[in-house]
Design a binder for this molecule. Structure first.
Ligand code: ZN
Length: 283
C-alpha cells in the first residue's frame, strides 16, 4: 500500500461526489439532478453522507450539458449561501462545443478551490473529439495559478499522465498535484485493476490521487482504489446504475456505500477540512 499511496492519507479517504456530469439524462435515471436547485440539494445530501468534494457540472434549460456562467453562478451561490463546507470542484469540460473562453470563465469568476484540468485530447464516446489542445492546457494551467484555483488533473489514458508531467516540468502545474484517474470512458483506458495499477505506479511522488470507473468496471475500481490507498469519486456523472441492472436512488447512496466499505477496512471518511489539508489546498 505504501508504494501506491503517494501523498494520500493512510487513515482517511476523500470522497468526491460527481452529481450530474454532462452526458446522462433523466431518461437514463429520473433521479439525476440537472438544474441548480436540484444539483445543490444533491450536493448537500452527499456532504451529509460523507463527501468532502463536490464536482460540479451544469445543464442548460433543456438539461443539456453546458458551460453557462449563469447556471454555474446560481448553483454555486445556493451551495455557498447554505454555508455548506464542501470543497467545490468546477468542471472546465461541460460542453464539447463551448469555446475556450466559456470553459475558463466559471472557475476564474467563481473561484472554487478546485477546477478540472483534462490533460489531453481524446475521442469521446466514439462520437466527438474532446479537445484539450496544448494552447488551451497552457492557458488553463496559467489561469488556475493566477487565480489560486487548484487543478484536478484528469487522466483518461497514459498519454495524459505524460502530458501532465510535461506541464509540471514547464511550471504550468504546481506540485503537489491532484490526480483523478478516470477509467472506463469509451475512448480512454478500460476500467480494470491492471490499468489502475499501471497509472498509479507511474504517478509522480509528490501528488495525491483518486479514481473512479465508468460502467461495468465501476465497483472493481472502487474496491481496488480503496485497497491501493486512493481517494474515490462516485456519482451519476460516472454511473446511473448502483449495481448491474439497478438504478441508483441518489448520488448520496453511492457516497454512503464508499463510506461503509472504507470504514470496514480501517479508513475513515475525510471531512472537507481534512481533505483540504491532505490535498494541500490554500485556505
Ligand atoms: Zn466532470
Amino acid at each position: 500500500m505504501l508504494d501506491t499511496i503517494r501523498k494520500n492519507s493512510k487513515e482517511k479517504v476523500i470522497i468526491t461526489a460527481a452529481v450530474v456530469g454532462a452526458i446522462p439524462s433523466k431518461k437514463d435515471n429520473p433521479n439525476l439532478p440537472t438544474q441548480p436547485k436540484e444539483i445543490a440539494e444533491a450536493v448537500f445530501a452527499c456532504y451529509e453522507a460523507g463527501a468532502a468534494v463536490a464536482h460540479i457540472h451544469v445543464r442548460d434549460d433543456n438539461d443539456i450539458g453546458s458551460m453557462s456562467i449563469e447556471k454555474f453562478t446560481e448553483t454555486v451561490e445556493i451551495i455557498r449561501g447554505a454555508k455548506c463546507p464542501i470543497i467545490l470542484n468546477l468542471t472546465t469540460s461541460g460542453d464539447a462545443k463551448a469555446s475556450h473562453d466559456d470553459r475558463v470563465l466559471p472557475f476564474s469568476t467563481l473561484l472554487p478551490e478546485i477546477a478540472t484540468f483534462d490533460a489531453g485530447t481524446m475521442n469521446w464516446m466514439h462520437s466527438i473529439v474532446f479537445e484539450n489542445s496544448p494552447p488551451f492546457l497552457e492557458r488553463l494551467g496559467r489561469t488556475m495559478l493566477e487565480k489560486g484555483v487548484k487543478p484536478e488533473i484528469e487522466v483518461f489514458d497514459m498519454g495524459m499522465l505524460n502530458n501532465a508531467k510535461y506541464y509540471i516540468k514547464k511550471g504550468f502545474l504546481e506540485e503537489p498535484c491532484i490526480f483523478q484517474i478516470c477509467l472506463g470512458a469509451p475512448g480512454g483506458m478500460e476500467a480494470t485493476v491492471d490499468n489502475l495499477l499501471f497509472v498509479v505506479n507511474h504517478l509522480p511522488e509528490n501528488c495525491t490521487w483518486g479514481t473512479f470507473g465508468i460502467g461495468k468496471g465501476a465497483n472493481e475500481i472502487l474496491l481496488a482504489g480503496l485497497a491501493l490507498g486512493g481517494n474515490i469519486r462516485v456519482g451519476f456523472e460516472d454511473n446511473v446504475f448502483y449495481n448491474k441492472g439497478v438504478l441508483a436512488e441518489s448520488n448520496a447512496q453511492f457516497v454512503a456505500r464508499v463510506g461503509r466499505i472504507a470504514k470496514e477496512v480501517g479508513r475513515e471518511v475525510a471531512t472537507p477540512d481534512e481533505a483540504r489539508a491532505i490535498l494541500g489546498l490554500k485556505k
